[in-house]
Design a protein around this ligand. Structure first.
Ligand code: HEC
Ligand code: HEC
Length: 159
């Protein structure tokens, strides 16, 4: 029953639109995008970073971002192009960094002989970068910045 009610709320805005009434504003609209119901011409894709320069990680556990193009690199059930350079046995030839030990661990923390299935789809965690304006402001501070901020003075002890 709840599901039905939800479907109605989702459908209503569309119905309203078909009758030429005002369309409610979506989140995308608030971010400055065109309304959902309008056909748009998306901006051209920009060239991703291909500098081959490693970027600093923002925290120790961050998956490093990809500093090279990945266009047409096949990653599916028959092949994993990424592993042709990043596998343990390929790094001497490719000079790519090897996938780290965590990529061999299964969910129980045991080490497998090869890439763990849960790390197979690299792009789940690793992404290329493009030089674009961020959609929303970012106030992230890394741990060093926080540690370097002056510590609040402890209140004096009562006598
Ligand atoms: C032709 C070989 C090759 C292929 C294929 C390749 N890479 Fe790389 N990758 C490299 C090399 C070499 C580097 C070192 C930096 C550089 O030269 O770009 C690198 C760097 C990286 C890094 C940065 C590591 C760090 O420590 O900062 C990530 C992440 C990465 N690759 C992920 C991927 C993913 C995901 C794919 C598949 C979509 C992929 N690579 C396919 C050669 C390759
Ligand atoms: C579930 C998320 C996840 C997936 C999927 C994943 N990685 Fe990673 N990767 C990470 C994280 C987190 C790190 C950094 C910490 C670590 O080494 O575990 C990392 C580190 C790396 C590094 C840097 C290693 C080093 O020693 O500097 C490379 C290269 C890399 N991954 C390549 C790959 C490739 C290639 C694939 C696909 C075959 C892949 N990763 C799949 C999360 C992931």
């Amino acid at each position: 029953m709840k599901k039905l009610a939800l479907m109605f709320t989702l459908l209503l805005p569309l119905l309203a639109n078909a009758q030429g009434q005002a369309v409610p504003r979506s989140l995308d609209h608030m971010r400055g995008a065109t309304p959902l119901a309008e056909t748009t011409k998306p901006p051209a894709l920009v060239n991703p970073d291909n500098s081959d320069v490693k970027r600093q990680r923002n925290y120790a556990m961050q998956p490093p971002i990809i500093p090279h193009k990945i266009e047409n690199y096949q990653v599916d059930k028959s092949a994993n192009r990424c592993m042709m350079c990043h596998a343990r046995t390929r790094t001497q030839e490719s000079q790519a960094p090897m996938i780290s030990v965590t990529h061999f661990q299964n969910r129980d923390g045991n080490f497998l002989a090869e890439l763990s299935p849960r790390r197979y789809f690299c792009l789940q965690c690793h992404v290329p970068q493009a030089n674009l304006e961020p959609l929303v402001p970012n106030q992230f501070k890394d741990v060093d910045t926080i540690l370097n901020q002056a510590a609040p003075v402890a209140p004096a002890k009562k006598k």
